[in-house]
Design a protein around this ligand. Structure first.
Ligand SMILES: Nc1ncnc2c1ncn2[C@@H]1O[C@H](COP(=O)(O)OP(=O)(O)OP(=O)(O)O)[C@@H](O)[C@H]1O
Ligand SMILES: [Mg+2]
Length: 246
């Protein structure tokens, strides 16, 4: 598997406190990865660094086959380069239908070939339907987003991110506030998405992480404490001491 993202030797301090401490991390082109670790371990800060929201004091963040540095790019440029991020509060347009939300997400596509398409609209209609099906909202496609359940809104937002065709999707605590059935469906969507792109999921819910069935990176005090299968990392005494055993 070729590397899509390489973080090496990254550190960032807030008022003298090292939130990320010499962190190194790699993810392959179509890889699912879970990140776990105690509160304050630096998981969200790690995502802030990749998306350009937080600038590290030290280290490198290298992206894609051309090995460009994300640290030299603005947040908007990083998003255009193919990094999508899902925030916890869904940012769907409540007064618009599921279909229109997906359609609008597609229209933000600025790739030149799309502008040159003979019938972009026709293609987008089909694509929006396809996305609705991918996120399991085909039956809700003409409902207003504001009428959806919490879980359904989260899926819609994932669909809107997938509409942008990111090469890397970052998802921070997707299971929060969801029912078990919603959490299971969320896993299915993310597992499917990771077949064609890299997906990094931060989550405290270990059953959720287990269903992702992927390599797990454990962060602690801004560094990697352990990495491997979920069974491997949960058997690690350091991981038990700082996280699982609390
Ligand atoms: N912008 C900021 N300014 C000051 N301190 C910050 C900032 N962002 C994060 N921190 C601190 O950095 C540390 C890491 O925070 P971070 O949010 O990355 O942890 P986390 O692993 O996502 O935790 P949680 O599981 O609770 O979401 C914490 O001590 C936090 O208070
Ligand atoms: Mg966090």
């Amino acid at each position: 598997m070729t590397t899509l993202l390489e973080v090496s030797g990254v550190s960032v301090s807030f008022d003298g406190f090292k939130a990320i401490n010499n962190l190194s991390f790699q993810i392959g082109n179509a890889e699912m990865r879970a990140i776990i670790g105690p509160n304050g371990a630096g998981k969200t800060t790690f995502m802030d660094i990749i998306t350009g929201k937080t600038r590290p004091d030290q280290g490198r963040v290298i992206w894609g086959e051309k090995s460009v540095s994300l640290l030299k790019m603005s947040e908007a440029q990083i998003a255009r380069a193919g990094v999508g991020r899902k925030f916890q509060r869904p940012t769907v347009f409540e007064d618009q239908t599921v279909f229109d939300n997906l359609l609008m997400a597609l229209k933000n596509d600025r790739s030149p070939w799309r502008v040159l398409m003979f019938k972009p609209k026709f293609r987008d209609l089909g694509k929006a339907e396809e996305l609705a099906s991918e996120i399991g909202l085909s039956d809700e496609i003409h409902r207003k987003a504001g009428e959806l359940s919490h879980g359904q809104k989260q899926w819609l937002e994932i669909g809107m991110l997938l509409a942008q065709e990111p090469r890397l999707l970052l998802v921070d605590e997707p299971a929060a506030g969801m029912t078990l059935a919603e959490r299971e469906h969320t896993t299915d969507i993310l597992v499917e998405a990771a077949k064609t792109r890299a997906v990094v999921v931060v989550e405290h819910d270990m059953e959720f992480v287990r269903r992702l069935n992927c390599k797990v990176t454990v962060l602690h005090e801004g560094s990697v404490l352990a990495e491997g299968s979920l069974d491997h990392v949960t058997a690690n005494q350091d991981v038990i001491d700082v996280y699982l055993g609390r």
